[in-house]
Design a protein around this ligand. Sequence first.
Ligand SMILES: [Fe+2]
Ligand SMILES: [Fe+2]
Length: 249
Amino acid sequence: MADMTMLAKAEAADHALSAAMDRLVIVKSALYTSGERDPREPLARPDSRGKVHLMGHDPRLSRMPDRPTVLDFFKHRFGPAAHLLQSARLAQKNGASEKIVLACLLHDIGNIGFIRADHGYWAAQLVEPYVDEEVTFAIRYHQVLRFYPDASVGYAYPESYIRLFGADFTPEPYVEREYQYARKHKYYMSARLLTVNDLYAFDPGLHVELEEFTDIVGRHFRQPGEGLGFDQSPSAHMWRTINWPTRYL
Ligand SMILES: [Fe+2]
Ligand SMILES: [Fe+2]
């Protein structure tokens, strides 16, 4: 009986989704397809007869609460986040401060949930209005510090980067410049600690619950009452875009 109800519910949900999709024109941002297509070329016009262009929630995505928290974004938009959870757990095990643990938890939300290129900068910008400047700095600069060893903390150039980018890869000049800047900064060691706990060897057997970090997030992430995306912070529009990534305008 319960199975039937579940099946009926799943079928009704399927039906509602295809009905919604029949009514909507959903267009991807240029950034999603740039490279697969030449962004200078005009887009093929979708057949929009009898349809409206999507201006809100994308029915293919799980619906976020009206006042979403950063943990809601993990649940609805940032999965799978095992890498972030495992890095945060490792930082905790290594005795890092709560701010560093939070930085580890958030450090790759750029590439996991938003934009890959320059992921550290995007992630830092997303969280900047809500966290201590030390957390933002660590997230922003982990991206460039990862390319440079620091023997004082036992950090070597990652083996995986040789595999990923080739043995002859050299970072862009701006990366070198940013590294030199970060090295002299008072929060250098915070960003460096993030790279030390930035696990590249994922352990598929280690399960870490998001809820383990609820308290740390509560203490160090200033969640806006209106919900992320609906306050007036400088990054609110970025959170809205992650919530509703396919709106026409
Ligand atoms: Fe990263
Ligand atoms: Fe990472």
